[in-house]
Design a protein around this ligand. Structure first.
Ligand code: FPP
Length: 245
């Protein structure tokens, strides 16, 4: 039986999030510039998106650029931005054909205006697609997201729209960039690093975490399916005992 056939279709993680790490190391291992690794990383992005849609994942969030990544050398940042722009142009047709919606989380006002325009356009053109939502985290910081949600709730309290006693988990969730998107079920990080790096801190409260030793450009559908199979063998207790489940 192929890997995808072994997956229990009634227990597919609804929301998968991936920290795509190791592009630089992948390139270096071959004596090439870091940008070469990012370019190879785009193929892995395609594999992750196609693989997730094929198995029935409803939300896939990819950490494409963190607020901290702005501190990288200017040339690398520019290369990443132009790679993002060309990938968006190239992939619009595939997103449309596969009925995938694009959503962005993060502060894209810091991105070059060409990128902002293209992102807004692809988001608009795919807004009615409903097979899967691909969420790109761009210029994203989970701490900033939480601060923004605190500010917006505080403003509502000040304006008398929300009462202090109304503040609960669902209100906070609904004021995050990910409002309306279920919490993460499965989080994957490649490259052997075992950190969360300021990614979806609130949303991963009960996520199952997977740290893969491969570098991001080597990621293929098979790695996603292996992680999902492993996820299906874990018991998610949400604080309860085995007997209570
Ligand atoms: C991490 O590897 C990767 C990134 C910071 C960028 C990810 C971007 C892509 C895969 C390409 C563009 C994305 C889309 C959505 C089309 P690293 O550079 O931190 O690697 P290292 O840890 O080995 O240095």
């Amino acid at each position: 039986m192929s890997l995808i056939e072994q997956i229990d279709k009634n227990n597919v993680p609804e929301h998968v999030a991936i920290i795509m790490d190791g592009n630089g190391r992948w390139a270096k291992k071959q004596g090439k510039f870091r940008v070469f690794g990012h370019r190879a990383g785009v193929k892995a992005v395609r594999e992750a998106v196609e693989g997730a849609a094929e198995v029935g994942v409803k939300f896939l969030t990819l950490y494409a650029f963190s607020t901290e990544n702005w501190n990288r050398p200017k040339l690398e940042v520019e290369a990443l931005m132009s790679l993002l722009l060309s990938s968006l142009k190239d992939e619009l047709e595939t997103l449309t054909k596969n009925n995938i919606k694009l959503k962005i989380i993060g502060d894209i006002s810091k991105l070059p205006s060409k990128n902002q325009r293209e992102l807004t356009s692809v988001v608009e053109k795919t807004k009615d697609n409903d097979r899967m939502t691909l969420i790109l985290a761009l210029s994203y910081s989970s701490k900033v997201e939480i601060i923004d949600s605190i500010k917006s709730i505080a403003q509502k309290v000040k304006d008398g729209i929300v009462d202090l006693s109304d503040i609960d988990e669902s209100l906070v969730s609904n004021n995050l960039y990910t409002a309306g998107i279920p919490d993460v079920d499965l989080m994957i990080r490649t490259s052997g690093e075992t950190r969360i790096s300021n990614f979806l801190l609130w949303q991963i409260a009960y996520a199952e975490l997977f740290f893969l030793d491969i570098l991001w450009p080597d990621f293929r559908k098979k790695n996603l399916y292996e992680s999902i199979l492993d996820y299906q063998n874990r018991e998610r207790r949400f604080g309860k005992t085995s007997e209570q489940l």
